[in-house]
Every structure is written in C-alpha cells, then in structure tokens.
Design a protein around this ligand. Sequence first.
Ligand code: ADP
Ligand code: MG
Length: 583
Amino acid sequence: MSMMMQPGIILLREGTDTSQGKAQIISNINACAAVAETIKTTLGPRGMDKLIFDGRKVTISNDGATIMRLLDVVHPAAKTLVDISMSQDAEVGDGTTSVVLIAASILDEMKSFVEDGLHPQIIIRGIRKAANLAVQRVKDLAVSMRGGDEARQLLVTCAGTALNSKLISNHKDMFAPMVVDAVSMLDPQLLDLDLVGIKKVSGGSVRQSFLVEGVAFKKTFSYAGFEQQPKKFSDPDILLLNVELELKSEKENAEIRITDPDQYQSIVDAEWRIIYDKLEACVASGAKIILSKLPIGDLATQYFADRDLFCAGRVTNEDMMRVAKATGGVVQCTCHDIQTSALGHCQHFEERQVGDERYNLFTGCPRSRTATIVLRGGSEQFIDETHRSIHDALCIVKRAMRSGEVVAGGGAIEMEVSKFVREEARKIEGKEQLIMNSMARALEVIPRQLADNAGFDATEVLNNLRMKHAKDEKGRWYGVNVDVEGITDTFQSNVWEPAPNKVNSFAAASEAACLILSIDETVRNPRTEQPGAADANGVGLGPGGGGMGGRRGKAPGGMPPMGGGGRRGMPKGVRAFKGRGGA
Ligand code: ADP
Ligand code: MG
C-alpha cells in the first residue's frame, strides 16, 4: 500500500514572533514533529510505503533516509533530522526511520519543559545523562552469538529483520541468505561493501535474482564478430585497458593537408598500422579476455574473434575497478610493453544471458574477494526499492558480523531501556529526574508506532508491554507482535537487530535533540536566499522569519515571512504542507 505525498514542507505559526528565544525553540520542535509525522507510518513490517513525486520522478520507498532526502525539508532545524537520518544510513544502513522518530519524540517530551521556562542547558544535561544510560544498557543486554552455524543463523535472522519492513519482505527467505552469502564472500578483515556489486536488470520475476561469487557486469555494446567469440573460459588471463581500439581514432586528433592522393593512402595505411600494432600487442600479452573502458570497434572485435579471444568495450569505470581489484589486473593506458604482471586472472569466465541483457561473469577471483547481486523485477521503481532494501540488509549483516551481538526488536529493546532509564531516574533528585523520565517515555515511540501501524490499540499494547517488562527478567524481550494483536517475545520470534545499530540510533537521536534544543535563534542571511525571497522578507531577520529557510525559489515570490500575512486564512499554530507540484 502506498500513500501519495508531495515534497516540500512549510511550517507556519501565524502571528507569533518565533525568531528568538523560547518561541524559536518551540517552533523548531514543531517543525521536527511535522517531519516525524510524515514518516512515522512507514515504521515496521506493517508500515506503509511512501510514493514520492518530486516533479520529475516517482519513487516508492519505505526507507527513512530516502524519503527524507526526497522530501525537500526547508526548515533549517528540521533539516537536522534529515542529517541524522542520512548519517544513520551511512554508518549503519538501517534504522533511519527509528532514529528520526526517537529524536522527534524526545523533543516532543521536552516541549513542556521549554514552555515552563526551564533552561535548555539543564534539559540537555538530562538528555545526555539518559542517553548514556540507554547506550550502556543496550551493551549490557546484547546477546553474543559467535561461531559456526549459530553465527550464520544470527546473520540470516538479522538480515531478515531488516527486510521485514520492505517491499520484498515476502521474499526474505531468498534474499536474507543471499545477502549473508554475499558478505561472507568478502575479505573478513575488510568487509568492504563496495565490493558487493548490485546490478539491476528490469524484467523477469524478483525470484530470478541471483548471486555471483565474483564480478558481473552488463555488456553495453557488441559489434559484428562478437557472435563468433568464445563465451566461456577456464583460468583466463585478463587484459584491462583504457585504450580505444577503433580505426577512426587518429583522424579526430589532427588536421592533415595533403597535396597528392598517394599521401592520403599513406595516412590511411598508417592508421591501419597503428590499430594493428595495438591489436597484436593485446594478443601477444597472452590474455584471453580483453576489456576496455573505451570503445572496441568492429575491426578489433573481428580480429579477436578470429583468434578465439573475448573482448568488451565501454566498460564503466566502476565495473573496471571491481574487475581490477578482484582479478589483480592493472588498467593499462597504452598497448606498448604490456607486462604479464599487469594481467588479471580468474578461475572462470562466462558470458550469460540475463533477461534481455548479456552479462559478463568473472568468478573464482584470486586477489580480492567480491560478490555481485543481480536483481530482477518488474518495474524500475520496484528494483530501485529492492536495491535500497538489499543495501540496508548488507549493512546490517556487516554490522552483525563485526560485533556478533544482537538485541531483540519490535520495540522490545526500547521498552527494556526505557524501564532502566526510569529506574535510574528515581535515584536522582529534582528537575533532572523529570527530564530522564521524559526520555524514558520518548523511547516508547517505537513500540507505540509499530502497534499503531499494525492497526492495534497502541495504548493497550503499550500497557501490556510495560507490565511485562516490569514484572521480571523473563519479560525482557517482549515486543509488539505484528501478526496477532498483542505482545510476544521477539527474541524467540527471531526479530533480531545488531546491538550497534541500536546504540547508534539512541545516541544519534539524543544528540540531534540536544542540538535542536540548543538553537534559540536563527539568523538569516538574505544573500543566501533567492532575490525574490529576500524582497518579500525585507531585511535578514524578518519578523518571525526565524526558523524558516529560503525556499530556493520554489514558491513564486519567495517565502512569505512567518509573522506577516503571507498565509492568509490559516488558523493559528497550524501546520501547512505545501506541495511543489501544486504551486
Ligand atoms: P527503520 O528505517 O528504522 O529500520 P523499519 O521500517 O525498517 O524502520 O522498521 C524497523 C522496526 O521494525 C524495528 O524496530 C524492528 O525491530 C521492527 N520489526 C522488524 N520486523 C519485525 C517483526 N517481525 N515484528 C515486530 N517488529 C519488527
Ligand atoms: Mg529497517
């Protein structure tokens, strides 16, 4: 199920000067709440996907970072949330929705303290204290799983949890082990995910996706003569070039004036000699496979075919780099003096038909261990979202492999940490206790939202969870049961997430909240805005203009000042969503 959205969020509180102090902080908190509001329905296995149209392209996604990127959030404070979601995506790869929801929930909890005039620095201190406790608690609770079959099961389970909330969740039986296998093919010391290539071939069914232990890339172009080339080799040497093997190559580089037709012939002869020299050098290198980043023309293709060699031109830079890394070859910029040591090698090469495309597969590569996942599927949007989902799962598997430690999801870890923070708060006096209690409540946003998205009575589910966790240690891993309304031991039901993932989201969400609470003024530099926007706002610090970023010219006439009458007819304190499409 998808929900149509339009990017571009504007937040307005009419008639209030929100440029400074308390009012500014409150307005920033409200902006973050609005961002969280848009993405909260995507959380979890019962979350919905978003269909985002940015004026050019339609994207369907469930991934917090992707949605945030496309939403085009213009509010400077709310952008902080976009940033944490991006950094969670870069560092962990998963948990991008959760981190935003937790940050917004912390802010929401702290709003009343700000309104009551409590100094932001006191609030920040309380948040930090609670965050440290939360992180410590996750580390203490983490269950270690190392070695043998158990370790593999752990990885497959974690990958499966990451895929639960995705469009491809009903194919996780295939993708979860595939992702684990792909990561297992890498060098365990490095676990460089760049060496897992993901190739997308539209068409076919998603279940026709497959994994190659090695490098695979699409053949972009083939000339006559290609049909006669062998399509399979055992133990071939591979020559990697950044050289054009086409006849025309010289004539574009020089202007030649000739007086006599014989001279013309000699130039043509010279060109032929140049290309034949190159081709002979390639053959003499002993390589069976010749790849070039530049075009390999029909003459060269036929020449190689006559000698039972395989060639492919116009290989993309990324693919060439992966082949080089995997096979140990060095890309040559000239055909002169090719050393044997510059050749790559692999155990098996094959060119195979995948859907409508021809794929070159290099397996059994000695130098660096690589893997390629070839994704199939009906529409481009579908394959793109599959790609993002696989990326999340790859990151999760890497994390889990590194740490070997997991916690149970479905809100279980959040409930348990929440309980711990509340208990610790009791030992502290005064305002800080209240703030820590609020932090404890803020974490409950995850189970609450999971329940809400599944259509359950969230208040009741949450009450049951609180009771279960309070009762004894056996309740530790109780989270939301998304299959039947209620709660369940999510450790037992294999909803596992790597512990570092949660450490990162709790820490990052708290830091983002602190950052937003510490901003009590937004100074606008009119020069960084559109001329129109600056006009509309007068000077840099327009009345109520704080908190609003420039619209980067999307709204005609620029952004109306918040306090001014730019948005007539809008009730006070109302959130306004404005789509670019409608403007
Ligand atoms: P994020 O972008 O934060 O990863 P997701 O939409 O992927 O957001 O949802 C992740 C949440 O869903 C986590 O809290 C995870 O524990 C939970 N989850 C995943 N699978 C299940 C399940 N089978 N039952 C309950 N919760 C689940
Ligand atoms: Mg996820």
